[in-house]
Design a protein around this ligand. Structure first.
Ligand code: ME8
Length: 679
């Protein structure tokens, strides 16, 4: 066994620099009696979901994500408030109830109960499940509107324009095409009615100032850029009441008008923490540390909501974070495709921990992700069962077999290189996980934790406790180190896979104080002499999607391909026709997001002419603008120009679309000059 070459470690090693994040939280001004005045708080919210239908995978995802964040902060010892719930007013809900032939009250009661039931089934740890039909919420909304009125920000006028009931959103002329909103694909209708307006335009400069002086106010950065350019392009006042339906909170002092559902819905975030009614609680938790939302509702949260709060003279949230979109087996979820994943079915089909792990590990926050069963099985088998499960199983079996299931003594001093490295990995992982959570990147946190499990497996392979029968002291030391590393893995995993982590910690007989992140600041917390046992299987290995399922999928694919081939056969082109297409090498010299078009990028491409050409390309789900600049790609240069989102596209970029929906570019090395002809 090699000796450690680094400085020898002291018996209990403490993080030289505890994660800075631990001290950056807002210290509470008005502590509640049973909380310490210096305790940090963490207030996380999810969107409140529409109750016109049953919950699906997207709803489950955001709420699971918020739950993991809440649990992480609880493990840190923070005073956490986690809010979720249902959005129950508005035209969308009224119409859905009419279609079902029931009253809105009955529909919202029934469907809200489904969400509540789902979140119980998913074992989520929200502190409140709010409903916008609750009394305290109505009172808070009324007070909010009163404050906005007192600020001189509400006036009566007439609204004329487009409205989408499905999105509960107003759209301008250039945001619609062929009767649908371009961004969402939802149908729009023409509305002309008397309406109260909110002076959104008045807040343009203050909003821009807020984004600028608070780098994390809206995230990720690409989304923030979209928001900033939307606000910079000029804000119109916002219609905030309707008279043509009744299902909502009446406008105070003018009950003929029903308040716009977004004013009502967004206010839930302050209702839940006692705004206007319990000052102490409000001061404790508000502003929210993070409003976690999907990218579909960014504008409401990053533009309207802060403006409402400014008008009501209330503090603004610390962060609005817009996560990406799930597709299912490579396709956009839609009712017509029949690929909507019902959240209850999801919870029945998979172990909760595995589902949580997969969703958080697979989709980097902010990017889109694909829910594929095959991928879930792969991750479960390789990263959970074979890695974490195997580590716990083999280490606790050896502890049972070699040292009667008792935690051996800790090495008096860590001198063996392998031990020192393992301890260092543990401590570094705590820091790395904290950084990842601070950056809102749970997938990176999970990557680091499973890497630590892998490193611990390697450690066991290196030190081979089974070969140390003749050296019982050393055998004990190696088992101690592996067990302590497992404690790190379990505590760090606990916000993400709470049940499995609890089973590991129970099997190791850990007291509450050894289950906290704080206890990971010092290596060596595990107490010698503790009785430990092997837990039941932590993660069952899963079979890849059955042959039958794959056959079905393949059959579907073949049918589509056959149809495509038939079409291709009928549409063969001649060599001359092909030669009419002019293709050239182009160098991307600039790339930007396109406002309100998640899939598009606006590129400037040098194709060997005096000026680069303006090109709109649908590759934003795969590439960030920055990674494209300088790349030499294939351009079709003699297509008729087309206008997309008001931007002229003067050439077409060629790319291959992979099965998972991502793109690969047809590229050239640097010695192929822009403008070179491709044939
Ligand atoms: O918008 N992938 O409610 P909603 C990822 N009531 N997340 C998804 C998703 C997908 N495919 N589909 C939905 C509303 N989501 C309003 C909110 S808040 C004051 C009012 C998630 O029922 C994602 O979080 O349409 C998205 O923002 C939310 O569900 C929309 O839920």
């Amino acid at each position: 066994m090699k000796r450690a070459t680094g400085p020898s470690a002291s018996q209990t090693t403490t993080l030289a620099n505890p994660p800075t994040f631990w001290f950056q939280h807002r210290t509470c001004v008005h502590p509640e009696p049973n909380t310490s005045p210096t305790m940090s708080k963490f207030y996380v919210t999810t969107p409140i979901y529409y109750v016109n239908g049953a919950p699906h995978i997207g709803h489950a995802y955001t709420t699971i994500l918020a739950d993991a964040m809440a649990r992480y902060h609880r493990t840190r010892g923070d005073d956490v408030y986690f809010l979720t719930g249902t959005d129950e007013h508005g035209l969308k809900i009224q119409r859905a109830a009419e279609q079902q032939g029931i009253s809105p009250e009955q529909m919202v009661d029934e469907n809200s109960a489904k969400f509540r039931e789902l979140f119980e089934k998913l074992e989520l740890t929200h502190d409140r499940f709010i409903r916008t039909t609750e009394d305290d919420h109505r009172r808070t909304v009324e007070e909010m509107v009163q404050r906005m009125t007192d600020a001189g920000d509400i006036y009566l006028d007439k609204y004329e324009g487009w409205y989408s009931a499905s999105d509960e959103a107003y759209y301008s002329e250039d945001e619609i095409e062929d009767g649908v909103a371009i961004a969402s694909g939802s149908p729009v209708e023409w509305v002309e009615e008397e309406s109260y307006f909110f002076r959104l335009s008045k807040y343009e400069d203050r909003l821009l100032q807020w984004y600028e002086s608070n780098p994390d106010s809206v995230a990720p950065q690409a989304r923030k850029n979209e928001v900033v350019s939307f606000v910079e392009s000029g804000l119109k006042d916002l219609s905030i009441s309707r008279t043509t339906f009744s299902w909502g909170i009446p406008m105070p002092d003018d009950p003929e008008h029903v308040l716009y559902v977004w004013v009502d819905a967004l206010t839930n975030y302050i209702t839940a923490v006692g705004a206007f009614e319990d000052q102490q609680r409000f001061d404790r938790y508000w502003p929210a540390d993070i409003h976690l939302i999907g990218k579909d509702i960014l504008r409401f949260h990053a533009v309207y909501w802060p403006a409402f709060l400014m008008s009501a003279e209330l503090p603004l949230p610390q962060q609005v974070y817009a996560h990406g979109w799930w597709t299912v087996e490579g396709e956009k979820m839609s009712k017509s495709k029949g690929n909507f994943i019902d959240a209850f079915e999801l919870a029945d089909e998979y172990d909760l921990d595995v589902l949580r792990y997969f969703m958080m590990r697979e989709m980097p926050l902010g990017k889109d992700g694909n829910f594929s069963k095959a991928r879930l099985v792969e991750r479960n088998n390789a990263e959970l069962a074979d890695n974490v499960g195997n580590l716990v199983n083999r280490t606790l079996s050896m502890t049972g077999g070699f040292v009667d299931g008792e935690v051996p003594s800790m090495p008096a001093e860590l001198t063996e290189e392998a031990d020192v490295e393992l301890r260092n990995h543990c401590i570094e992982t705590v820091q790395a996980v904290d950084n990842a959570m601070k950056d809102r990147q749970p997938h990176r946190a999970l990557e680091r934790i499973t890497a630590l499990a892998g490193e611990t497996n390697n450690y066991i392979q290196t030190v081979q406790p089974w070969a140390l029968k003749e050296k019982p002291n050393r055998q004990g030391e190696t088992l101690y180190c592996a067990l302590e590393a497992i404690r790190y893995v379990a505590v760090l995993l606990s916000p993400f896979v709470p049940d499995a982590a609890a089973r590991i910690m129970d099997a190791m007989n850990l007291g509450d104080e050894l289950r906290t992140l704080d206890s990971l600041q010092s290596w060596g917390g595990l107490e010698a002499g503790t009785n430990v046992r092997k837990p039941d299987v932590l993660f069952e290995k899963l079979d890849p999607p059955s042959e039958q399922e794959e056959d079905e999928q393949q059959e579907e694919q073949e049918q589509t391909e056959e149809a495509d081939e038939d079409e291709e056969g009928a549409n063969l082109i001649s060599f001359d026709q092909f030669m009419e297409v002019q293709m050239r090498v182009g160098e991307i010299v600039e790339a930007n997001d396109v406002e309100d078009a998640d899939k598009l990028l606006h590129l400037f491409v040098d194709v060997g002419e005096d000026e680069p050409r303006s090109v709109v390309a649908g590759i934003a789900t795969t590439f960030d603008p920055d990674e494209l600049v300088g790349r030499r790609v294939t351009m079709v240069t003699n297509l008729q120009p087309a206008k997309l989102f008001g931007i002229e596209s003067q050439a077409m970029l060629l790319a291959a679309q992979r099965e998972d929906g991502t793109y690969a570019l047809a590229e050239y090395p640097d010695d192929v000059a822009p403008g070179t002809s491709v044939s």
